[in-house]
Design a protein around this ligand. Structure first.
Ligand SMILES: Nc1nc2c(ncn2[C@@H]2O[C@H](COP(=O)(O)OP(=O)(O)OP(=O)(O)O)[C@@H](O)[C@H]2O)c(=O)[nH]1
Length: 404
C-alpha cells in the first residue's frame, strides 16, 4: 500500500515538472531574439509595444516611400526662392454698351414679355379677354401686381385715344410705357468717387456687395471688378465672406485676372475685420475702389443684421460707404423679392444687381424689385462669361424686349 502511495506521488511530481518545462519553452519561443545593444553586455531588452506586429501587418511588405527623382532645374539652391508664374493680366471688355451687345441673351423675356405683348396689342378687337391676357403676360413675367395694373390702365387709355393702330404705333406706345414703368431717369451709376479718410488721407470708394449665397454674389463681385478696371479704375477686393472657404479662393482668382489684390482672412474669421483690412489696403495702395464681398447666410434676420451692420460700421471708421449693392437671382421670382425686403431692412441698399437674367422669361422682375425697394437696378448679369455683367440701361433693355 505504501508503495502504491509513493508511486502515485512520484507520478504526480513527474507530471508537474514536465508540464512546467513545456510552458516555459513556449513562452521563450514568443519572445524576440535577444539583442545585445552596444555596451550593454547582452542584456535582453523587449522592443517597445508599438513595434510588435499588429493584425494583418505581418505579411505586408514594409512601405518605403520612393523620393521622386529631381532634375537639376528642380533643385533650389540656398538663398533662392521659387516664385509661381505671374498670372496673365486680362483686358476686360469696355463696360459701355455691354447690354446692347448682350441683348440676344434676353431672348426668353423677349418672347414672352416683349413680343407676347405686341402680338396681343395688335389684335383687331381688344376685348376684355385680350386685356386679361395682357395682364397675365405681365404677371407671368414677374412685373408685379401694382405695376401691371398701372401699365394695363395706361395702355388701355392710350390705345383708345390712338384709334387706328399701325404696328409701328403700337411698338412706340409699348416702348414708351415700359420705359416709364422702369424709370428712365433713375440714377443707375455705381458711385465710385473716393474721398478723404478719417485720418485725412486720400481714400478709395467703398462698395459693399450683399446678397444671399448662391445668387451669384461672389461672381458678381469679380465681374464688377472687371467693369471697374475696364473703366480705368484700380481695385482692391475684400473677401469678407469668410464662411465659405471657396468664396475667398474664387474671388482671388477673379482679382488676379485683372491685377486686383484680394485681402483675405482666416476661414470662419471675422468678416468685419477683413472688410476693414481691405479698405486699409486700398488706402495704402491708393486704389480707386474697394469692393467687399460679404457673407449672406439668411438663417436669421438678427444674425444677418448683426453681421452686415458690423461690417458697415467697421468700414465706416475709414469713411462713408459709397454703395451697397444687393445681388438678386432673377430666376427666383417672388423668393428674390422676399430676400430683397430682408436685406433692405438690414442695410441701406443703394443699388440692385439682377443676375441670371439670361436664363429667364421673367424680365419684369426689374420693375417689381425696383418698386419693392425704391432702389434702381444698376447692373444685370446676362451669362456666365467674365464680361457678361452689364450696366443697366432702360432704353437698351426695353428695345431688346420688344425687338428693336
Ligand atoms: N447664366 C448666368 N449664370 C450666372 C450669372 N451670374 C452668375 N452665374 C453663375 O451662377 C453659378 C452659381 O453661382 P453661385 O452659386 O451664386 O456662386 P457664387 O457666385 O460663388 O455665389 P456665392 O455663393 O454668393 O458666393 C456660377 O456658375 C455663376 O457663373 C448670370 O448672370 N447668368
Amino acid at each position: 500500500m505504501e508503495f502504491l502511495i509513493l508511486a502515485v506521488v512520484i507520478a504526480v511530481v513527474a507530471l508537474a515538472v514536465t508540464g512546467g518545462l513545456l510552458l516555459s519553452s513556449r513562452k521563450k519561443k514568443r519572445l524576440p531574439p535577444a539583442e545585445a545593444p552596444p555596451g550593454q553586455g547582452g542584456t535582453i531588452t523587449a522592443p517597445p509595444r508599438e513595434e510588435e506586429p499588429r493584425v494583418g501587418e505581418e505579411s505586408a511588405p514594409p512601405v518605403t516611400e520612393e523620393e521622386p527623382r529631381r532634375t537639376i532645374e528642380d533643385v533650389v539652391l540656398p538663398g533662392e526662392t521659387t516664385a509661381p508664374p505671374a498670372p496673365e493680366i486680362e483686358t476686360p471688355e469696355p463696360a459701355a454698351g455691354r447690354l446692347v451687345r448682350l441683348r440676344a441673351r434676353l431672348s426668353r423675356s423677349q418672347n414672352t414679355l416683349g413680343k407676347g405683348l405686341l402680338t396681343l396689342l395688335s389684335r383687331e378687337h381688344l376685348d376684355e379677354d385680350t386685356w386679361e391676357e395682357i395682364e397675365d403676360t405681365l404677371l407671368t413675367a414677374d412685373v408685379g401686381v401694382a405695376p401691371t395694373q398701372e401699365l394695363v390702365e395706361r395702355l388701355r387709355e392710350r390705345v383708345r385715344v390712338l384709334g387706328t393702330r399701325t404696328p409701328e404705333d403700337l411698338r412706340n406706345l409699348l416702348r414708351e410705357e415700359l420705359l416709364a414703368v422702369i424709370g428712365p431717369d433713375a440714377d443707375r451709376v455705381v458711385h465710385t468717387e473716393g474721398g478723404v479718410s478719417t485720418e485725412g488721407e486720400e481714400r478709395p470708394a467703398v462698395v459693399l456687395v450683399v446678397g444671399v449665397n448662391g445668387t451669384g454674389k461672389t461672381t458678381t463681385t469679380g465681374k464688377l471688378a472687371r467693369v471697374l478696371v475696364a473703366d480705368g479704375k484700380s481695385v482692391v477686393l475684400g473677401a469678407a465672406d469668410t464662411f465659405r472657404a471657396a468664396a475667398a479662393e474664387q474671388l482671388q482668382t477673379w482679382g488676379s485676372r485683372v491685377g486686383a489684390r484680394t485681402v483675405r482672412g482666416p476661414e470662419g474669421g471675422d468678416p468685419a475685420s477683413v472688410a476693414y483690412d481691405a479698405v486699409k489696403e486700398g488706402i495704402a495702395e491708393s486704389a480707386d475702389v474697394v469692393l467687399v464681398d460679404t457673407a449672406g447666410r439668411l438663417h436669421t434676420k438678427t444674425g444677418l443684421m448683426d453681421e452686415l451692420g458690423k461690417v458697415k460700421r467697421v468700414v465706416e471708421k475709414h469713411g462713408p460707404v459709397n454703395e451697397v449693392l444687393l445681388v438678386l437671382d432673377a430666376t427666383t421670382g417672388q423668393n428674390g423679392l422676399v430676400q430683397a425686403r430682408v436685406f433692405a431692412e438690414v442695410v441701406d441698399v443703394t443699388g440692385i444687381v439682377l443676375t441670371k437674367l439670361d436664363g429667364t422669361a421673367k424680365g419684369g422682375i426689374v420693375v417689381a424689385v425696383q418698386r419693392e425697394l425704391g432702389v434702381p437696378v444698376k447692373l444685370v448679369g446676362l451669362g456666365e462669361g467674365a464680361d457678361d455683367l452689364a450696366p443697366f440701361e432702360p432704353e437698351a433693355f426695353v428695345d431688346a424686349l420688344i425687338g428693336q
